[in-house]
Design a protein around this ligand. Sequence first.
Ligand code: SF4
Ligand code: FES
Length: 369
Amino acid sequence: MSAAAPLAPPVGLLAELTHRCPLRCPYCSNPVELDRRAQELPTESWQRVFAQAGALGVLQVHLSGGEPLARPDLPVLVEACATAGLYSNLITSGLGLSQARLELLLVAGLDHVQLSLQDSEPSSAERIAGATGVFARKLAAARLVTEAGLPLTVNVVLHRANIARAGELVDLAVALGARRVEIAHTQYYGWALKNRAALQPDQAQVRQALADVAAAKARHAGKIVVDQVVPDYHARYPKACMGGWARRSLNVTPSGLALPCHAAQTIPNLEFWSVEQHSLAEIWQRAPAFLAFRGTDWMQEPCRSCARREQDFGGCRCQAMAILGDPSATDPVCTLSPFRHRIDQALADDQGEEGYRYREMPRAAETVG
Ligand code: SF4
Ligand code: FES
């Protein structure tokens, strides 16, 4: 898509309802500065945003966080999605999902649940989550969802502590009745970037995990859809982050800022508009942060003349910022980037550290669990 092509509406909206969360995962992609409860958008603002999203042509809303179940008004928000004709996907840790709560969400019109698992081995799962007594509660939440007849996707973020059990995690998702399992490797933004040296697997571990997941996929053929992506530090070319900047989806933060991607606030000097001051349509069409890297006109070489520029859109702007300090540079994971050696050096340097810097939680009174 060039900058002059007609602008298609976004397909997806990630609604970050809150940054509050009972877990402290060290790979969390939330910003290091979390929005506080007092800054969160009120119910009526989210209702307006969902109505605007439906009118704009958005198809799916991902109700996310933090932990979206921390919001008591979640059923009202799900109902607002249904009224606007939006497919609603609840992205949750499962903590706080009781039978009674699920029934309210079902009546409100919830379409799908995506549940995160940290590991298939309980003590490791709880060490990664930075919380005790949560593994069994997550499995119980998964069972509530499938018994209610709602489609369930299990989401796993792989890193050094759980990568050896990638195949077992697919087995566990099948046992829980999930229809889909997404095996994602850690993306290094937010807290994950702080913990990169303790999270980064080595090349042999990545290769083994790809083989283990492929074997699990064959073992469970016809029972579950398995999505897994080669981690970009270990790939030849970058992923099309967000499907291209401001091209397919947008995020709204708990306090109402509209972002082209969840890490966009790490890029200095971008101007973000709030859903309290602008409609989603205005934001999608004209917000300066959305125009900054939309299309291909902003690209430098080697992306500018590369045959893949409309496939991966130069990779991830936030990764170019984090590694090179230049958000318009070619994503340095690309083997055509003159700075690919920085990634290879990071892979060599990142081995050996074990301790996590856990995500810092808002005050205890602001959490659920
Ligand atoms: Fe993608 Fe740019 Fe690398 Fe080409 S040079 S493959 S467009 S990141
Ligand atoms: Fe921001 Fe990739 S996370 S562009």
